[in-house]
Design a protein around this ligand. Structure first.
Ligand code: URA
Length: 231
């Protein structure tokens, strides 16, 4: 973690305060005054502020059920940010691990642990995301095989990774992906001549959405660990 972030995570100081403290030579790493805000702090480093040892607060992990017309961004834009739904302190330290479009509902993970969210969303991790999709046209018989084989999305040079399609009825399907390209579900169905009418994320890894729309809860330590399995 960057030194300036480490200070924010260990104190009530803002990022601007942290930068000033570093510049004013109030911060030492392993006994050496450090003036580089970007200096990487590792687990076994001892960081002091004016001689006092800093201990970072534990990271936070939340599951949230995103409603329609809210955005997965830290600031409100055309629609309000989903962070408005969270009733916790220091929201500016949080970010969303794997965003959903404004018109998509469902499971969103929120954390202040950048390492965890990076690993979770990396395609290398192959973490499964399950979407329930309502289509505007009947699903074609060859769709399952085409998604399994990979689809070349418009403007991209590599096909999508194998995706699993489970057909519920002519217009309703579950789609399981192990990557998260921009508007991936909508673009995959567009590529086979269909259109997504509504989209809902039901599951990430083994974690099922289990709170009502607009509600949230903390992840347990076991849930956090299960999602960092390939770390
Ligand atoms: N794919 C999409 O097209 N939209 C989402 O919100 C998530 C996945």
């Amino acid at each position: 973690m960057r030194l300036d972030k480490f200070i924010c995570k260990s104190t009530e100081h803002t990022l601007i305060d942290a930068l000033a403290l570093i510049e004013n030579k109030s911060v030492a790493v392993n006994g050496v005054i450090t003036i580089e805000a970007s200096h990487q702090v590792h687990k076994n480093n001892v960081v002091t502020l004016d001689g006092k040892i800093l201990t970072p607060r534990p990271s936070r992990y939340f599951l949230l059920h995103k409603p329609m017309d809210m955005i997965c961004s830290n600031v409100d834009e055309k629609y309000p940010s989903v962070l408005n739904l969270l009733d916790v302190d220091r929201k500016t330290e949080l970010h969303i691990a794997g965003r959903l479009d404004a018109d998509t509902t469902g499971l969103v993970l929120i954390t202040d642990d950048g390492h965890w969210s990076f690993n979770l969303t990396s395609p290398k991790n192959k973490c499964q995301k399950v979407y329930k999709v309502l289509l505007s046209r009947p699903i074609l018989a060859d769709a399952t095989q085409r998604f399994q084989d990979g689809i070349l999305l418009q403007g991209e040079s590599t096909p999508t990774l194998p995706a699993k399609l489970d057909i519920i009825d002519s217009h309703n399907v579950f789609l399981t992906l192990t990557e998260g390209r921009f508007h991936q579900v909508k673009r995959m169905f567009a590529a086979i001549g269909n259109r997504v009418k509504s989209l809902h994320r039901q599951q990430i890894g083994n974690l099922e959405l289990d709170v009502d729309e607009g509600d949230w809860r903390n992840l347990s330590t076991a849930e956090v660990q299960a999602l960092s399995i390939n770390d």
